[in-house]
Structures are given as structure tokens and as C-alpha cells.
Design a protein around this ligand. Sequence first.
Ligand SMILES: Nc1nc2c([nH]c(=O)n2[C@H]2C[C@H](O)[C@@H](COP(=O)(O)OP(=O)(O)OP(=O)(O)O)O2)c(=O)[nH]1
Length: 136
Amino acid sequence: MTESIVVVGAALLDEGRLLAARRSAPADLAGRWELPGGKVEPGEAPEAALVRELREELGVEAEPLERVPGQWPLRSPYVLRVWLTRLLPGSPVPEPLEDHDELRWLTHADLWDVDWLPQDVPAVRAVEEHLRAPMK
Ligand SMILES: Nc1nc2c([nH]c(=O)n2[C@H]2C[C@H](O)[C@@H](COP(=O)(O)OP(=O)(O)OP(=O)(O)O)O2)c(=O)[nH]1
């Protein structure tokens, strides 16, 4: 059996909203929305990989807060693990520097308005409760 390789995804939260990123490549994933992040490198801690990927892809300084329980299979041998993450004070605002062509901050109300990668849907569902509940 092949060992799985962890892809870390950030549930980047700010003021009760979640950052979604639209992939620009490869062709089979382009146009669909995901949690920013990427592959953990050999010997690298997952939280360090997350900080590195967010710096490279979005130009932000971020801090993983806690892991969202569970992991979700991607194309073999990859599995997705997700961390609730916040921007550090003074961080630049996220920009789609690499891998993405659009970013959106989603509220609880519009969380499902974007076309998430199908394999991300259960992960996004697990993050949903951390978004600010709609005003009654
Ligand atoms: N980052 C990220 N990747 C995802 C998600 N869902 C999903 O299927 N993937 C896939 C896309 C890629 O095949 C793989 C992660 O690769 P990546 O391209 O983001 O990672 P990376 O920057 O480390 O990649 P590389 O170009 O250095 O190989 O996982 C997701 O929510 N976030």
C-alpha cells in the first residue's frame, strides 16, 4: 500500500468569513474553488507547510490555530487535512499570486455559492460551523 501524502488546506477565517480560492491550473481543476494550501514536503511539519504555502500563494502571514478533525481523500496518494487559520496582525491582504486567479471571502450565507472542488465539499462542510451564524 502506498503511504498517503498530506495536502494541508487553510480554513482562513477573518471576521467570520472563509477565504475561498479559485484554481487556475491544472486544467482539470481550473475554475473550481478550494482551500488554499499545498503538499507537505518530506520532513516538514504540516503547520509549517501551511504557513509556507499561504506566504507563497497569497502573500500573507498566517497562523494555524487548530486542526479540523478528519481527513478527506483527494486523488491518490493525497489526503486533505484542514486547519482553522487566521491572518496575523499586519499581514498583507491575500492576493492570488500563484495557482489561483480569484479569491473570495465567503459568509455563512454564501458559502455554497462557489463551485467547490467536489473532493473539498466534506472539508468545507466541517468548517461551516466556524463561520459566523446568520443574523436572526
Ligand atoms: N491546496 C489544495 N489542493 C487541493 C485541494 N483539493 C484538492 O483536490 N487539491 C489537490 C490539488 C493538487 O493536486 C494537490 C495539492 O497541490 P498544490 O498544487 O496545491 O500543492 P503544491 O503547491 O505543494 O504543489 P506543487 O506545484 O509544488 O506540486 O491537491 C484543496 O482544497 N487545497
